[in-house]
Write a protein that binds this ligand. Structure first.
Ligand code: FES
Ligand SMILES: [Fe+2]
Length: 358
């Protein structure tokens, strides 16, 4: 099921201007735009006159004008102008959705508007720190469900198989034997994965050619239910203090936010942004990193889309969990609790054993 009572990324803030953008979110047609004053808004993407998509209209001084017969709507969804008519009935309106522009992203709440609390939106200050974390972002349309993309980020044993040419490297045993530490949080989990005395993968080698032949490599991930995953990944020369002293500088490091927003039950919007933490003064490094990540995440997109197609045929019942699924299974339990709450079922706090990842 799609969880509606949550803040999702609807768009990169700088992708929304006065030209209306049509985007299906949580299986509802939405139009995103900025009004004449530059205020971002989200309305249901239909006109209450004859259902023309409002995304086919345009922004005028008074609001969003329908492209069919010219009705104009304010950011609250109420009509403010009906051509040839002075009286505007109360019914002349379409749903509007709460939106908040924060940390370079436009966040949307598709559930009960009364429950939308902007203070609970995930904060990502990296996007406001171009000096230390120069970054680039994009949006991939994925023909696969948002949860499959989160699954993918919870089980990194796929790296040597899916990403051998980029962020993976080709020693599968190193990935399976990585030191994995999973820590439940109030609304998700964190995990840290260590690969000690390991050959750096191609992307690391390209970004930081001064790295030694062997590095200590970390992958710190946080999942914030239902659709946000952040990543802090990197490596420094083996045995120089990354693991035991917490040293992170002088090698290769990057930060990524992955925001998975349901489009439908089986498709999603994959917003991601990669930040360069190793050659911040070199704009080319940020561009090159973006290129490497684009290749890597297209590799994820391909496998997840194929997985989704097969799942639609065979269902989940024949699938098994293996030892690599610990973080993924914990993530799914968190999401299942949110789904139960969404259905109006009483949700008890997780027991001690449930808070312990498999
Ligand atoms: S369909 Fe929008 S004004 Fe007629
Ligand atoms: Fe991947």
């Amino acid at each position: 099921m799609i969880i509606r009572n949550a803040w999702y990324v609807a768009a990169w803030a700088d992708d929304i201007g006065k030209q209306p953008v049509a985007r299906r979110i949580c299986d509802e047609p939405v139009v995103l735009y900025r009004d004449a004053a530059g205020v971002a808004a989200a309305l249901a993407d239909y006109c209450c006159h004859r259902a023309a998509p409002l995304s086919c209209g345009r922004v005028v001084d008074a609001g969003l004008e329908c492209g069919y017969h010219g009705m104009i709507y304010g950011t609250d969804g109420a009509a403010v102008h009906i051509p040839g008519q002075i009286h505007i009935p109360a019914k002349a309106r379409v749903p509007s959705y709460p939106v908040v522009e924060q940390d370079g992203m436009l966040w949307i709440w598709m559930g009960d508007p009364a429950a939308a609390d902007a203070s609970t939106i995930f904060r990502y200050p990296i996007h406001n720190d171009e000096t230390h974390w120069p970054h680039r972002h994009t949006l991939f349309p994925v023909q696969g469900g948002a949860m499959l993309m989160v699954d993918n980020l919870m089980d990194l044993t796929h790296l040597p198989y899916v990403h051998a040419s980029t962020i993976g490297g080709n020693n599968a045993r190193d990935h399976v034997e990585a030191i994995m530490n999973v820590e439940p949080t109030e609304n998700g989990l964190k995990y840290t994965r260590w690969m000690l005395d390991h050959a750096p993968p191609p992307t690391y080698r390209k970004g930081a050619p001064h790295l030694a032949e062997r590095v200590d490599r970390w992958q710190e991930f946080e999942f914030v239910a239902p659709g946000i995953v952040t990543q802090f990944t990197g490596a420094i020369d083996a045995g120089t203090g990354a693991y035991d002293l917490g040293k992170r500088d002088g090698g290769f490091s990057l930060r990524i936010i992955h925001a998975l927003t349901p489009e439908t039950e089986t498709t999603c919007h994959y917003f991601w942004c990669g930040a360069n933490g190793y050659r911040q003064d070199d704009p080319n490094a940020t561009v090159e990193l973006f290129g490497e990540l684009t290749t890597a995440f297209q590799q994820d997109q391909v496998i997840v889309q194929q997985q989704q197609a097969r799942l639609l045929e065979i269902g989940e019942d024949r699938l098994i969990n293996i030892v690599a699924d610990g973080a993924r299974m914990h993530m799914r339990r968190v999401v299942e609790r949110l789904e139960a709450r969404e259905r109006g079922e009483a949700v008890r706090a997780p027991s001690a054993s449930e808070r312990t990842p498999a």
